[in-house]
Design a protein around this ligand. Structure first.
Ligand SMILES: [Zn+2]
Length: 624
């Protein structure tokens, strides 16, 4: 009798479920069909959906081409004009039907990942530790779902990962490749491609050819008048660290100028003829050294005037030769300030400005909106560019340095991946949007690093889509899904570590030895607290590894703090050196484990073990 009532109740519940939800999988068996066009990004999206639903439940949902009649529940993936702005998407569900729609084909891919998140998946970082794929025998989508997502930044360029990962993470560009197979794959996902860099030095060192054959070393022996003149009037190359053959030519010399422009065009047609976006930069020096001859000086141009003048001519020639992409320049170091005299060709139509405030030190002084003098300087410079670009017909992309350990590696909170704070990124992105920027790139060597967990880089990517992101809600989502039953302890530990890392070690009045090292002691205690967290996750290997990585990070933080202690309190170079050696050892000994987690690449571990420690040794402790 009791069991009959129970059974009746279960039937009622099951019916209620079916009314309020579109059933995709029941008991590990498919209950729905994916309907999508058989080509292009929507078809790729259908495969992504099929693959992850199978990983979750074991059920493989059939995919049928659109236009065919389908019985029962469906997930429809399609392009519909007006569905969402830019490459955004709309995700809706009604009785028996889930639809993923976008105005631009690749939007269907983002919409599919959003549906997978609705089903419980998370794509925080690289596999294996960075993703959450819950195992479920039953999968359904509640009726009445209506999610519209449109990206805050139209152009989103990644610094890490291949096309598949780039699309999964909401970027809409991927690095250009000449490999036809990869090109086809990128097209299928619907991503745009780009290629950029400090190309000028190559254009001086080598001769490139229109037919794309390998370049040859340029011989200037009978072209001495092409070489730039130094301040004494002597014509010779002007090398720098990344431009051994020289940074520039005598650009007022018509033959040298013409050759250089042609060489640049040939470079594009050799390396990336069909990229969607190419940006060419001069040498990577703080001050671009240009020719000092009378004819060059006569023009009274700044380095940026020369840069834009040459850029215009390359662009004109590229278009004449049929190049279809966008052609960008960079405001960086030598070309940081806008030109004084030279105007952009056709008001910069199909051009892109990359704004790279590198000397701001990767947000180490807080958001660009605060009153720190470098931030003020960069805000003023943006206003000068905006004035210069008042009739601009092109686009503007931010070239930020979040997580850049080349810039942050000497700061305890920087080298431990705590700069910038999520709130600072949010503040900055809102500012950049208000200034008319519609693209974003983050230069973040070592760029494969998601240490100690992918939280910050995940928030960064979410902000590219939504500058009003509720950061606290995002953190809750992350800790719950990523650390499971250990979420509370890990979050407490992580946040206390963060406070301690930002706390300045100060010289106390009387007994420095007693008090100044307290944060270090506390950090060591926090490391042992994570053993409690490990005990909570039982034999879940993935969760255990995530906490093991966190433990290593807390140990690293304690050492980084100890290094700071020797810099500021003991001034003991020998002890400081020992601490840096311990950091090196920590990464070397755990290299295999860290690489296996996917949260650091081998190169990144080396970067932390060598570049970062060497930098600190030479800056603070007098040698390697
Ligand atoms: Zn000259």
């Amino acid at each position: 009798m009791v069991s009959a009532i129970l059974l009746a109740m279960l039937v009622v519940c099951a019916t209620a479920m079916a009314v309020g939800a579109v059933e995709l999988v029941r008991n590990g068996k498919p209950r729905a069909t994916i309907v999508a066009p058989s080509e292009g990004p929507p078809s790729y999206a259908a495969e992504v959906l099929q693959r992850y639903i199978e990983r979750m439940s074991g059920a493989q949902l059939p995919i049928v081409p659109d236009g065919r009649k389908v019985k029962g529940a469906k997930v429809i993936i399609r392009v519909r004009k007006g569905a969402a702005k830019l490459d955004g998407f709309r995700l809706k569900s009604s009785k028996d039907e889930v639809t993923i729609e976008a105005s631009v084909p690749r939007g269907c891919v983002y919409g599919t990942y959003a549906l997978l998140e609705e089903l419980g998946c998370r794509f925080y970082g690289p596999e294996p530790l960075g993703v959450v794929i819950p195992k479920k025998k039953n999968l359904s989508v509640r009726v009445g779902l209506d999610i519209l997502k449109e990206p805050a930044f139209e152009n989103r360029l990644p610094s890490f990962g291949g096309p598949e990962l780039n699309a999964c993470w909401g970027f809409n560009f991927t690095g250009y490749s000449k490999d036809p197979k990869r090109q086809e794959f990128v097209k299928r996902i619907g991503l745009k491609t780009w290629r950029w860099g400090h190309i000028w030095p190559q254009l001086i060192e080598y001769q490139f050819f229109a037919d794309g054959r390998p370049p040859v070393k340029m011989d200037y022996s009978d072209k001495q008048d092409w070489l730039p003149a130094d301040e004494k009037g002597v014509r010779r190359p002007n090398p720098s660290w990344d431009a051994p053959a020289g940074q520039s030519l005598c650009f007022s010399n018509p033959d040298a100028f013409k050759w250089f422009v042609e060489n640049a065009v040939n470079w594009v047609f050799t390396n990336c003829p069909d990229a969607d976006y190419v940006s060419m930069w001069s040498a990577d020096t703080a001050d671009l050294s240009l020719c000092q001859c009378e004819k060059c000086k006569q023009r009274g141009w700044t380095p940026t005037d020369w840069y834009i003048h040459i850029h215009n001519e390359i662009w004109r020639a590229l278009k004449a030769r049929g190049f279809k992409g966008v052609f960008g320049w960079i405001a960086y170091h030598g070309s940081e300030e806008p030109p004084q005299q030279v105007k952009l060709l056709e008001d910069g139509r199909e051009m892109d400005l990359l704004y790279a405030p590198r000397p701001r030190g990767a947000s180490m002084h807080g958001p660009i909106t605060n009153d720190h003098s470098v931030n003020t300087a960069y805000r003023e410079n943006i206003q000068r560019w905006r004035k210069y670009l008042s009739d601009f017909k092109g686009t503007m992309t931010v070239f930020e340095y979040y997580f850049d350990l080349v810039l942050l590696g000497h700061l305890p909170a920087g080298r431990t991946f705590l700069i910038p704070k999520p709130e600072d990124m949010k503040e900055e992105m809102r500012f950049y949007l208000s200034q008319g920027f519609n693209g974003f790139f983050d230069c973040d060597p070592p760029s494969g690093s998601f240490f100690p967990d992918p939280l910050r880089k995940w928030i960064y990517r979410k902000l590219l889509w939504d500058v009003n992101l509720d950061i606290e809600a995002a953190k809750r989502d992350f800790f719950q899904n990523y650390y499971g039953p250990a979420a509370k302890i890990v979050r407490e530990v992580r946040e206390e570590v963060e406070r301690l890392m930002f706390e300045d070690i100060k010289w106390p009045m009387w007994s420095p030895a007693h008090y100044a090292d307290r944060p270090i002691k506390r950090l060591r205690e926090l490391e042992t607290r994570l053993d409690e967290a490990i005990a909570k996750v039982g034999n879940d290997e993935i969760l255990r590894q995530r906490i093991e990585v966190m433990k290593l990070w807390v140990r690293y933080c304690a050492l980084a703090k100890e290094s700071e202690y020797h810099v500021k309190i003991t001034r003991d170079r020998e002890k400081g050196r020992q601490v840096e050696q311990s950091i090196r050892k920590l990464f070397e000994e755990n290299k295999d484990f860290l690489v296996k987690t996917g949260l650091l690449t081998e190169g990144d571990v080396r970067f932390l073990a060598e570049q970062v420690t060497n930098y600190n040794l030479s800056v603070y402790f007098g040698g390697k």
